[in-house]
Design a protein around this ligand. Structure first.
Ligand code: ADP
Length: 516
């Protein structure tokens, strides 16, 4: 059995398009969890970067303070006054000191306790934190000035740090920070700068108390991420995505990707389906075309052989009676008319297909055209054993038509009625002049057409796959020509049929094609 061409095309389409797309989708489905994690990681890092930038900003502030303290230390007079000034400049600095030696302090202290009490406490810290201070000094000598942070009071943090005047000379200094005010004046400003609609930022104590929120109305259950505020380590910077959680974002992004892939696959399938459909109709057409060539060759050969045979008999003078001669002449005339009709059909069809067909529209009496055809055809029909019933008025309203084209359409219908009639050889031709249109109907009592094929018979080259039709000659062009002709007249052709009982083909010329 020959391999079906559709199968081959289907296999190619599946191999070339569908398998790669489906494998990619499967791969993505398997990656689902991985992707989700990846997206979560990316978001996580973004949140980290935001928190980092806030911390960095606080750090920069701290550097500025160490620089100011250094300048004060380097000035040779009124250090105390300068320290006072520096401390008063910033609302969030509650006090500061320079410690040259255990008994040599320059101090500016605003808290309630007396500076001397503060110094006593500082000395205790100094004595107890020798190890940490040594480390901090070592780091400062390498260029990283970092404070030792001490919780001084509930709301106050002391930053203890070395000031290097030269590689060999250093002293210690400290700044007492008012946490609330620092958060309000420095951190909050920065947070407000970087916050956007996608997330909320907050500063809170490690015990959960929130000191500042970028969106006061934001109701949170827990924060997505927290990061110690480097400069005030008992406080935390917190971040939360608004309206959604990191998990939700990751899930929704992965879902969107998958939805996109699924849609892509659906389109691909639809594309393959359409491709297959159009390929199939092309292949069908190619098949029909080759059948058409066979059919037409056969159609040409039969009348030509008949004409030749009878003409030869006449030429050789072997026909005894005048009656017989007349019969042969008629036969030759009839067959050549069939040939002409076939050639006309093919030529017209090719003209119509290449849009070269031009119609000559004139106002015509359709009843008169049909009567004229039937006059010519009645003998031929009678000879073929057909009973012709004419329900055609002598005349009807004029319609704007191409006379030759209407002739051709009606003759094609008549020829089909003849060809596809079996035992019941009767044809009814009628013309009706109705309010909306003028109708020509050709009814036979022959083979009929199965319902499923009633549309297809108007396609070019199409012939019903039936032994009776196969044995009856034809090109498969007749009805498609009729359809083209009726389209050119803005009319229509329709068929009513009962298999085994016969068919009625109706041509309708619409009212707007009529004159007057
Ligand atoms: P052809 O007659 O040359 O085969 P057509 O285009 O005129 O081509 O008709 C297409 C097909 O429609 C025919 O092959 C036949 O199968 C079917 N058909 C047309 N007219 C009739 C009819 N009057 N009765 C039954 N079948 C018909």
């Amino acid at each position: 059995m020959a391999k079906s061409p559709y199968k081959k095309i289907l296999i190619i389409a599946v191999l070339a398009l569908l398998i790669p797309a489906l494998s990619y989708t499967t791969f993505q489905l398997l990656q689902y969890n991985k992707n989700e994690k990846l997206i979560r990681d990316i978001y996580d890092r973004q949140l980290d970067a935001i928190l980092f930038s806030v911390n960095q900003h606080c750090w920069d502030q701290f550097y500025l303070w160490t620089e100011s303290i250094k300048k004060i230390a380097q000035s040779s007079f009124s250090q105390g006054q300068k320290l006072d000034q520096f401390i008063q400049q910033q609302r969030f600095i509650a006090g500061g000191f320079l410690r040259y030696r255990e008994d040599r302090y320059v101090i500016s202290w605003q808290p309630e306790e007396k500076p001397s009490t503060a110094i006593d406490r500082l000395e205790v810290i100094f004595a107890e934190s020798g190890y940490e201070l040594a480390k901090i000094l070592e780091r400062a000598e390498k260029g990283y000035v970092q404070p030792l942070t001490i919780q001084w009071a509930k709301n106050q943090t002391l930053l203890f740090f070395p000031v290097l005047l030269s590689p060999a000379q250093h002293f210690w200094a400290g700044i007492l920070i008012h946490q609330d005010i620092f958060i309000h004046d420095i951190v909050a400003l920065k947070l407000d700068q970087i916050v956007d609609d996608n997330f909320n930022l907050a500063v809170g104590r490690k015990d959960g108390e929130i000191l500042f929120l970028t969106d006061e109305n934001f109701e949170f259950e827990s924060f997505e991420k927290g990061e110690t505020l480097w400069i005030l380590p008992d406080l935390e910077l917190l971040i939360q995505l608004s309206g959604t959680t990191l998990d939700q974002v990751a899930r929704s992004m992965t879902r969107k990707n998958l939805a996109f892939l699924v849609t892509m696959n659906i389109f691909l399938l639809a594309g393959i389906f359409l491709l297959m459909k159009s390929l199939m109709s092309e292949i069908n057409l190619a098949k029909l075309k080759s059948q058409f060539v066979d059919n037409v060759s056969h159609e040409l050969r039969t009348p030509l052989a008949l004409i030749r045979m009878h003409a030869d008999l006449l030429v050789l003078g072997g026909v005894p009676s005048e009656d017989k001669k007349l019969h042969y002449y008629k036969l030759i005339s009839g067959e050549s008319e069939r040939l002409t009709q076939l050639v006309n059909n093919v030529l017209d069809f090719s003209k119509i297909e290449s849009k070269r067909k031009e119609y000559q529209f004139t106002d015509e009496d359709v009843a008169e055209i049909v009567n004229h055809i039937l006059d010519r055809y009645s003998l031929h029909l009678k000879e073929k054993g057909f009973e012709l019933e004419r329900r055609v008025p002598a005349s009807c309203r004029p319609v704007r038509v191409d006379r030759d084209a209407v002739n051709q359409a009606v003759i094609n219908l008549l020829e089909n009625a003849v060809k596809f009639s079996d035992k019941d050889k009767k044809i009814i031709v009628s013309v009706q002049d109705t309010e909306t249109d003028v109708r020509i109907a050709v009814q036979d009592f022959g083979l009929g057409i199965p319902e499923a094929l009633r549309k297809r018979i108007f396609e070019k080259f199409y012939r019903v796959d039936d032994p009776f039709v196969h044995d009856t000659g034809g090109s498969g062009l007749g009805l498609s020509l009729v359809r083209y002709i009726m389209e050119a007249h803005h009319g229509s052709v329709s068929v009513q049929s009962k298999p085994g009982k016969g068919s009625t083909f109706t041509l309708r010329f619409p009212a707007n094609q009529m004159k007057g």
